[in-house]
Design a binder for this molecule. Sequence first.
Ligand SMILES: [Cu+2]
Length: 119
Amino acid sequence: MSLLINLLGLALIAGIVWWFWLAKRRPSVEAAEPAALILVKDGVYEPERIHIAAGAETKLHFLREDPSPCAEYVVFADLDVSAQLAVGRETLVHLPPLAAGEYEFTCQMRMYRGRLVVE
Ligand SMILES: [Cu+2]
């Protein structure tokens, strides 16, 4: 009987070691979440609506395929953030932590239009 209890105790310890040390080495779900990629072409941002989490810094990847000057800048007017987009390669745009709500982003002429949905 005491042997059985010892074995149960060992199993419990092994379980605790696994749970607190070994299991934590796996990346969390949040870290594995891919960053948004927004295509800029044919007069639209694709996707047009970007969902992001409130209260956390966000990185958006813009890939500008439209070489026309119209698509050169992306402007988040409400956030005082803008970026010049290179043609044919990804441009990273950093956003500060935001309160929940919807924020428009556009090209500098407001012809391209997209919406950031923070929730
Ligand atoms: Cu434009």
